[in-house]
Ligand binder design. Structure first.
Ligand SMILES: *Cc1c(COP(=O)(O)O)cnc(C)c1O
Length: 393
Protein backbone atom coordinates (compact mmCIF):
# COMPACT_ATOMS: atom_id res chain seq x y z
CA UNK A 1 0.00 0.00 0.00
CA UNK A 2 1.31 3.47 -0.92
CA UNK A 3 -0.62 5.43 1.66
CA UNK A 4 1.03 6.01 5.03
CA UNK A 5 -1.22 4.15 7.42
CA UNK A 6 -1.97 5.86 10.74
CA UNK A 7 -1.90 4.50 14.27
CA UNK A 8 -5.50 3.32 14.83
CA UNK A 9 -5.62 1.61 11.44
CA UNK A 10 -2.35 -0.16 12.25
CA UNK A 11 -3.77 -1.33 15.60
CA UNK A 12 -6.57 -3.05 13.73
CA UNK A 13 -4.93 -4.28 10.52
CA UNK A 14 -1.16 -4.56 10.92
CA UNK A 15 0.13 -8.07 11.13
CA UNK A 16 -3.25 -9.69 10.53
CA UNK A 17 -3.01 -13.27 9.32
CA UNK A 18 -4.99 -13.76 6.13
CA UNK A 19 -6.29 -17.32 6.05
CA UNK A 20 -6.40 -18.16 2.35
CA UNK A 21 -8.75 -21.09 2.69
CA UNK A 22 -11.55 -19.50 4.74
CA UNK A 23 -10.98 -15.75 4.48
CA UNK A 24 -11.52 -15.48 8.25
CA UNK A 25 -11.34 -11.79 9.22
CA UNK A 26 -9.60 -12.64 12.51
CA UNK A 27 -6.23 -14.29 12.99
CA UNK A 28 -6.88 -17.98 13.76
CA UNK A 29 -5.64 -19.45 17.04
CA UNK A 30 -3.00 -21.98 16.05
CA UNK A 31 -3.35 -24.04 19.21
CA UNK A 32 -0.59 -26.43 18.25
CA UNK A 33 2.69 -27.13 20.02
CA UNK A 34 4.36 -28.47 16.89
CA UNK A 35 4.21 -28.35 13.08
CA UNK A 36 4.86 -30.88 10.28
CA UNK A 37 8.42 -30.42 9.02
CA UNK A 38 9.25 -29.94 5.34
CA UNK A 39 12.59 -29.96 3.51
CA UNK A 40 12.37 -26.17 3.49
CA UNK A 41 12.00 -26.16 7.32
CA UNK A 42 15.03 -28.43 7.80
CA UNK A 43 17.03 -26.11 5.55
CA UNK A 44 16.08 -23.10 7.65
CA UNK A 45 17.05 -24.90 10.86
CA UNK A 46 20.46 -25.77 9.38
CA UNK A 47 20.97 -22.17 8.22
CA UNK A 48 20.21 -20.86 11.71
CA UNK A 49 16.95 -19.30 10.47
CA UNK A 50 14.57 -21.36 12.57
CA UNK A 51 12.70 -18.20 13.51
CA UNK A 52 11.40 -17.95 9.92
CA UNK A 53 9.90 -21.46 9.89
CA UNK A 54 7.06 -23.14 11.81
CA UNK A 55 8.78 -25.83 13.86
CA UNK A 56 7.67 -25.77 17.48
CA UNK A 57 5.62 -23.18 19.37
CA UNK A 58 8.35 -22.13 21.80
CA UNK A 59 10.36 -21.09 18.72
CA UNK A 60 7.43 -19.48 16.96
CA UNK A 61 3.72 -19.75 16.32
CA UNK A 62 1.62 -18.08 13.57
CA UNK A 63 -0.85 -16.47 16.01
CA UNK A 64 2.00 -15.10 18.08
CA UNK A 65 3.81 -13.93 14.94
CA UNK A 66 0.78 -11.98 13.70
CA UNK A 67 0.58 -10.15 17.04
CA UNK A 68 4.33 -9.51 17.07
CA UNK A 69 4.09 -7.91 13.62
CA UNK A 70 1.23 -5.69 14.78
CA UNK A 71 3.19 -4.53 17.84
CA UNK A 72 6.36 -3.91 15.80
CA UNK A 73 4.36 -1.63 13.46
CA UNK A 74 2.59 0.39 16.15
CA UNK A 75 5.87 0.87 18.03
CA UNK A 76 7.72 1.80 14.80
CA UNK A 77 10.18 -1.05 15.29
CA UNK A 78 11.51 -3.56 12.78
CA UNK A 79 10.50 -6.58 14.80
CA UNK A 80 8.94 -7.70 18.07
CA UNK A 81 9.01 -10.77 20.29
CA UNK A 82 6.31 -11.90 22.72
CA UNK A 83 6.96 -13.46 26.12
CA UNK A 84 4.93 -15.27 28.75
CA UNK A 85 5.24 -12.28 31.12
CA UNK A 86 6.69 -8.80 31.29
CA UNK A 87 9.33 -10.15 33.66
CA UNK A 88 10.32 -12.87 31.15
CA UNK A 89 10.79 -10.13 28.53
CA UNK A 90 12.84 -7.98 30.91
CA UNK A 91 15.05 -10.73 32.36
CA UNK A 92 15.71 -12.35 28.97
CA UNK A 93 16.57 -8.99 27.37
CA UNK A 94 18.95 -7.96 30.14
CA UNK A 95 20.68 -11.34 30.06
CA UNK A 96 21.04 -11.01 26.27
CA UNK A 97 23.03 -7.80 26.46
CA UNK A 98 24.90 -8.22 29.76
CA UNK A 99 27.75 -10.61 30.51
CA UNK A 100 30.16 -11.15 33.36
CA UNK A 101 32.15 -8.01 34.12
CA UNK A 102 29.64 -5.65 32.45
CA UNK A 103 27.86 -2.80 34.17
CA UNK A 104 24.30 -1.55 33.93
CA UNK A 105 23.14 1.93 34.85
CA UNK A 106 19.55 2.09 36.00
CA UNK A 107 17.37 3.60 38.69
CA UNK A 108 15.49 2.61 41.84
CA UNK A 109 12.44 4.15 40.16
CA UNK A 110 11.38 0.94 38.47
CA UNK A 111 8.60 -1.59 38.67
CA UNK A 112 9.34 -3.58 41.87
CA UNK A 113 9.83 -6.89 40.04
CA UNK A 114 12.36 -5.38 37.65
CA UNK A 115 14.19 -3.67 40.46
CA UNK A 116 14.31 -6.94 42.39
CA UNK A 117 15.62 -8.88 39.35
CA UNK A 118 18.36 -6.32 38.75
CA UNK A 119 19.35 -6.10 42.40
CA UNK A 120 19.20 -9.81 43.30
CA UNK A 121 19.93 -11.74 40.10
CA UNK A 122 22.35 -9.69 37.98
CA UNK A 123 25.16 -9.63 40.59
CA UNK A 124 25.10 -13.47 40.58
CA UNK A 125 26.30 -13.28 36.97
CA UNK A 126 29.09 -10.87 37.92
CA UNK A 127 27.22 -7.85 36.57
CA UNK A 128 27.56 -4.59 38.47
CA UNK A 129 24.57 -2.29 38.99
CA UNK A 130 24.76 1.49 39.37
CA UNK A 131 21.79 3.68 40.24
CA UNK A 132 20.94 7.20 39.14
CA UNK A 133 17.94 9.52 39.32
CA UNK A 134 16.04 9.17 36.01
CA UNK A 135 15.27 12.90 35.98
CA UNK A 136 18.93 13.82 36.36
CA UNK A 137 20.69 11.91 33.61
CA UNK A 138 23.87 13.94 34.07
CA UNK A 139 24.53 11.50 36.91
CA UNK A 140 25.07 8.80 34.27
CA UNK A 141 28.18 10.57 33.06
CA UNK A 142 29.65 10.37 36.57
CA UNK A 143 28.66 6.72 37.00
CA UNK A 144 29.70 5.50 33.56
CA UNK A 145 32.84 3.45 33.05
CA UNK A 146 34.25 1.67 30.01
CA UNK A 147 32.31 -1.39 31.24
CA UNK A 148 28.91 0.31 31.01
CA UNK A 149 26.98 -1.78 28.55
CA UNK A 150 23.28 -1.11 29.23
CA UNK A 151 21.17 1.91 30.27
CA UNK A 152 17.77 0.76 31.56
CA UNK A 153 14.87 3.06 32.48
CA UNK A 154 11.09 3.34 32.47
CA UNK A 155 9.72 6.07 30.20
CA UNK A 156 7.25 6.92 32.97
CA UNK A 157 8.28 5.26 36.20
CA UNK A 158 6.21 3.08 38.48
CA UNK A 159 4.70 4.45 40.73
CA UNK A 160 6.19 7.93 41.15
CA UNK A 161 5.63 8.78 37.46
CA UNK A 162 9.05 10.26 36.81
CA UNK A 163 9.62 10.95 33.12
CA UNK A 164 12.91 10.26 31.35
CA UNK A 165 14.23 12.68 28.74
CA UNK A 166 14.62 10.13 25.94
CA UNK A 167 16.59 12.30 23.52
CA UNK A 168 19.12 13.02 26.25
CA UNK A 169 19.25 9.35 27.31
CA UNK A 170 19.86 8.22 23.73
CA UNK A 171 22.62 10.76 23.26
CA UNK A 172 24.39 9.59 26.42
CA UNK A 173 23.92 5.96 25.35
CA UNK A 174 25.52 6.67 21.98
CA UNK A 175 28.49 8.38 23.57
CA UNK A 176 29.01 5.43 25.92
CA UNK A 177 28.35 2.89 23.18
CA UNK A 178 25.76 1.34 25.50
CA UNK A 179 22.43 -0.30 24.62
CA UNK A 180 19.48 1.86 25.67
CA UNK A 181 16.51 -0.18 26.89
CA UNK A 182 13.26 1.38 28.11
CA UNK A 183 10.09 -0.03 29.63
CA UNK A 184 7.21 1.89 28.01
CA UNK A 185 4.38 0.01 29.77
CA UNK A 186 2.80 3.07 31.44
CA UNK A 187 2.66 5.26 28.34
CA UNK A 188 2.06 2.76 25.51
CA UNK A 189 2.94 3.53 21.86
CA UNK A 190 -0.28 5.57 21.66
CA UNK A 191 1.27 8.26 23.87
CA UNK A 192 4.97 7.77 23.11
CA UNK A 193 7.11 5.81 20.63
CA UNK A 194 10.60 5.61 22.18
CA UNK A 195 12.13 3.86 19.17
CA UNK A 196 11.56 6.98 17.07
CA UNK A 197 13.90 8.82 19.48
CA UNK A 198 16.65 6.26 18.88
CA UNK A 199 16.09 3.94 21.83
CA UNK A 200 17.47 0.46 21.05
CA UNK A 201 14.93 -1.80 22.73
CA UNK A 202 11.43 -1.04 24.00
CA UNK A 203 9.76 -3.38 26.48
CA UNK A 204 6.15 -3.68 27.65
CA UNK A 205 4.31 -5.72 30.16
CA UNK A 206 1.40 -6.37 27.76
CA UNK A 207 -0.51 -7.49 30.86
CA UNK A 208 -1.31 -3.81 31.25
CA UNK A 209 -2.50 -1.37 28.54
CA UNK A 210 -1.59 -3.26 25.37
CA UNK A 211 -3.90 -6.14 26.21
CA UNK A 212 -6.07 -3.86 28.32
CA UNK A 213 -8.63 -6.30 29.70
CA UNK A 214 -6.84 -7.82 32.70
CA UNK A 215 -7.09 -11.34 31.29
CA UNK A 216 -3.57 -12.07 29.97
CA UNK A 217 -0.08 -11.99 31.51
CA UNK A 218 2.61 -11.33 28.94
CA UNK A 219 5.51 -9.21 27.76
CA UNK A 220 7.01 -7.93 24.54
CA UNK A 221 10.30 -6.52 23.30
CA UNK A 222 10.51 -4.34 20.19
CA UNK A 223 13.54 -3.05 18.29
CA UNK A 224 15.76 -3.66 15.29
CA UNK A 225 15.59 -7.09 13.67
CA UNK A 226 19.19 -7.68 14.72
CA UNK A 227 18.53 -7.08 18.42
CA UNK A 228 15.19 -8.91 18.47
CA UNK A 229 16.83 -11.95 16.82
CA UNK A 230 19.53 -11.88 19.51
CA UNK A 231 16.88 -11.79 22.25
CA UNK A 232 14.93 -14.59 20.50
CA UNK A 233 17.98 -16.87 20.74
CA UNK A 234 17.92 -16.43 24.54
CA UNK A 235 14.15 -16.68 24.70
CA UNK A 236 14.22 -20.18 23.26
CA UNK A 237 16.91 -21.13 25.80
CA UNK A 238 15.28 -19.54 28.87
CA UNK A 239 11.86 -20.63 27.70
CA UNK A 240 9.52 -17.71 28.42
CA UNK A 241 7.51 -17.93 25.18
CA UNK A 242 3.92 -16.64 24.90
CA UNK A 243 1.22 -19.24 24.19
CA UNK A 244 -1.07 -18.89 21.13
CA UNK A 245 -4.28 -18.22 23.04
CA UNK A 246 -2.72 -15.33 24.98
CA UNK A 247 -1.39 -13.96 21.68
CA UNK A 248 -4.89 -14.12 20.22
CA UNK A 249 -6.42 -12.26 23.18
CA UNK A 250 -3.65 -9.69 23.00
CA UNK A 251 -4.20 -9.08 19.29
CA UNK A 252 -7.89 -8.59 19.98
CA UNK A 253 -7.07 -6.17 22.81
CA UNK A 254 -4.71 -4.05 20.72
CA UNK A 255 -7.43 -3.41 18.14
CA UNK A 256 -9.06 -0.97 20.58
CA UNK A 257 -5.82 0.51 21.99
CA UNK A 258 -6.43 3.98 20.50
CA UNK A 259 -9.98 4.23 21.82
CA UNK A 260 -8.98 3.00 25.23
CA UNK A 261 -5.92 5.24 25.58
CA UNK A 262 -7.83 8.30 24.46
CA UNK A 263 -10.32 7.68 27.28
CA UNK A 264 -7.62 6.70 29.84
CA UNK A 265 -5.83 9.99 29.08
CA UNK A 266 -8.99 12.07 29.52
CA UNK A 267 -10.30 10.28 32.60
CA UNK A 268 -6.95 10.33 34.41
CA UNK A 269 -6.48 14.04 33.84
CA UNK A 270 -10.00 14.73 35.16
CA UNK A 271 -9.37 12.55 38.24
CA UNK A 272 -5.97 14.18 38.85
CA UNK A 273 -7.48 17.66 38.70
CA UNK A 274 -10.25 16.60 41.08
CA UNK A 275 -7.74 15.20 43.59
CA UNK A 276 -5.63 18.35 43.38
CA UNK A 277 -8.38 20.39 45.04
CA UNK A 278 -9.48 17.74 47.57
CA UNK A 279 -8.92 18.66 51.26
CA UNK A 280 -8.00 15.04 52.19
CA UNK A 281 -5.22 14.86 49.59
CA UNK A 282 -1.65 16.01 50.29
CA UNK A 283 -0.02 15.53 46.90
CA UNK A 284 -1.03 14.49 43.37
CA UNK A 285 1.34 13.27 40.68
CA UNK A 286 0.24 13.35 37.05
CA UNK A 287 2.62 14.34 34.23
CA UNK A 288 0.50 17.01 32.58
CA UNK A 289 -0.54 18.86 35.77
CA UNK A 290 1.07 22.27 36.26
CA UNK A 291 2.29 21.02 39.64
CA UNK A 292 4.27 18.14 38.05
CA UNK A 293 7.96 18.71 38.87
CA UNK A 294 9.19 17.60 35.43
CA UNK A 295 6.58 19.44 33.39
CA UNK A 296 9.17 20.82 30.93
CA UNK A 297 10.11 17.29 29.89
CA UNK A 298 6.56 15.95 29.93
CA UNK A 299 5.12 18.63 27.62
CA UNK A 300 7.95 17.91 25.21
CA UNK A 301 7.17 14.20 24.93
CA UNK A 302 3.55 13.71 25.93
CA UNK A 303 1.65 15.58 23.25
CA UNK A 304 -1.37 13.26 23.24
CA UNK A 305 -1.72 12.61 26.94
CA UNK A 306 -0.01 11.04 29.91
CA UNK A 307 -1.85 7.74 30.29
CA UNK A 308 -4.17 6.41 32.95
CA UNK A 309 -1.94 6.28 36.02
CA UNK A 310 -2.45 8.82 38.79
CA UNK A 311 -0.49 8.66 42.04
CA UNK A 312 -1.41 10.61 45.16
CA UNK A 313 -0.80 10.84 48.87
CA UNK A 314 -3.72 11.17 51.21
CA UNK A 315 -3.43 13.26 54.36
CA UNK A 316 -2.76 10.34 56.70
CA UNK A 317 -0.66 7.21 56.91
CA UNK A 318 -0.70 3.79 55.21
CA UNK A 319 -3.52 2.65 57.51
CA UNK A 320 -5.69 5.53 56.29
CA UNK A 321 -4.76 4.58 52.74
CA UNK A 322 -5.94 1.03 53.31
CA UNK A 323 -9.18 2.37 54.79
CA UNK A 324 -9.71 4.62 51.76
CA UNK A 325 -9.28 1.67 49.40
CA UNK A 326 -11.67 -0.57 51.38
CA UNK A 327 -14.38 2.11 51.17
CA UNK A 328 -14.34 2.36 47.37
CA UNK A 329 -17.46 0.96 45.74
CA UNK A 330 -16.63 0.92 41.99
CA UNK A 331 -12.82 1.01 41.92
CA UNK A 332 -11.36 -2.37 42.87
CA UNK A 333 -8.48 -2.89 45.27
CA UNK A 334 -6.10 -4.99 43.21
CA UNK A 335 -2.54 -4.88 42.01
CA UNK A 336 -1.84 -4.47 38.26
CA UNK A 337 -3.04 -1.65 36.01
CA UNK A 338 -3.93 -0.65 32.49
CA UNK A 339 -7.22 -2.53 32.19
CA UNK A 340 -10.60 -1.09 31.23
CA UNK A 341 -11.61 -1.20 34.90
CA UNK A 342 -10.15 1.17 37.49
CA UNK A 343 -7.86 -0.47 40.02
CA UNK A 344 -6.22 0.92 43.12
CA UNK A 345 -3.31 -0.29 45.23
CA UNK A 346 -0.62 0.92 47.59
CA UNK A 347 2.97 0.28 46.48
CA UNK A 348 4.23 -0.37 50.05
CA UNK A 349 2.47 -3.75 50.32
CA UNK A 350 2.33 -4.71 46.61
CA UNK A 351 4.54 -3.63 43.71
CA UNK A 352 7.25 -2.13 45.94
CA UNK A 353 7.09 -4.47 48.92
CA UNK A 354 10.56 -5.76 47.93
CA UNK A 355 12.08 -2.34 48.65
CA UNK A 356 13.03 -1.28 52.16
CA UNK A 357 11.10 1.61 53.74
CA UNK A 358 14.18 3.82 53.25
CA UNK A 359 14.47 2.86 49.57
CA UNK A 360 10.78 3.64 49.09
CA UNK A 361 11.09 7.04 50.74
CA UNK A 362 14.19 7.77 48.67
CA UNK A 363 12.20 7.47 45.44
CA UNK A 364 9.23 9.39 46.84
CA UNK A 365 6.82 6.73 48.09
CA UNK A 366 5.80 8.27 51.39
CA UNK A 367 3.05 7.31 53.88
CA UNK A 368 -0.47 7.16 52.42
CA UNK A 369 0.83 6.79 48.86
CA UNK A 370 -1.89 5.50 46.55
CA UNK A 371 -1.47 4.26 42.98
CA UNK A 372 -4.62 4.58 40.93
CA UNK A 373 -5.07 3.02 37.51
CA UNK A 374 -7.90 5.07 36.04
CA UNK A 375 -10.06 2.92 33.79
CA UNK A 376 -12.42 3.87 30.99
CA UNK A 377 -15.64 4.01 33.04
CA UNK A 378 -17.71 7.22 33.12
CA UNK A 379 -15.37 9.58 34.89
CA UNK A 380 -18.13 11.20 36.95
CA UNK A 381 -18.78 7.83 38.57
CA UNK A 382 -15.10 7.42 39.40
CA UNK A 383 -14.88 10.89 40.91
CA UNK A 384 -18.01 10.24 42.96
CA UNK A 385 -16.50 6.98 44.23
CA UNK A 386 -13.16 8.53 45.19
CA UNK A 387 -14.89 11.45 46.93
CA UNK A 388 -17.20 9.27 49.03
CA UNK A 389 -14.28 7.03 50.10
CA UNK A 390 -12.04 9.98 50.97
CA UNK A 391 -14.82 11.47 53.10
CA UNK A 392 -14.78 8.34 55.28
CA UNK A 393 -11.16 8.71 56.42
C1 LIG B 1 3.69 -5.11 35.53
C2 LIG B 1 4.94 -4.48 35.08
C3 LIG B 1 6.05 -5.28 34.75
C4 LIG B 1 6.07 -6.77 34.91
O1 LIG B 1 5.23 -7.39 34.00
P1 LIG B 1 4.50 -8.81 34.25
O2 LIG B 1 3.66 -8.95 33.02
O3 LIG B 1 3.70 -8.67 35.51
O4 LIG B 1 5.56 -9.83 34.37
C5 LIG B 1 7.18 -4.62 34.27
N1 LIG B 1 7.23 -3.29 34.14
C6 LIG B 1 6.18 -2.51 34.47
C7 LIG B 1 6.30 -1.03 34.31
C8 LIG B 1 5.01 -3.07 34.95
O5 LIG B 1 3.99 -2.28 35.28
Amino acid sequence: MDKKIKFSTKCIHSGEYIDKETGAVNTPIFQSSTFVLSDEDYKKILEGKAREAWIYSRYGNPTRRATERKIAEICKGEDALLFSSGMAAISTTLLTFLSEGDEIITSLDLYGGTQSFIKNELPKFGIRVRYVDPTNLDEIKEMATEKTRVLYFETLSNPVLKIVDLAQLVEIGKRLNAIVIVDNTFLTPYNLTPLSYGVDVEIHSITKYLNGHSDVVGGVVVGSKKFVDMIWERMIRYGGAMDPFSAYLLERGIKTLSLRMERHNLNALRVANFLLTHPKVRRVIYPTLDTYPYIITSVKYLTKGAGGMVSFEIKGDDEDGLKFMRNLKIIKEATSLGGVESLVSMPFNTSHASLTKEEREKIGIGPGFIRLSVGIEDVDDLIWDIDQALKKI
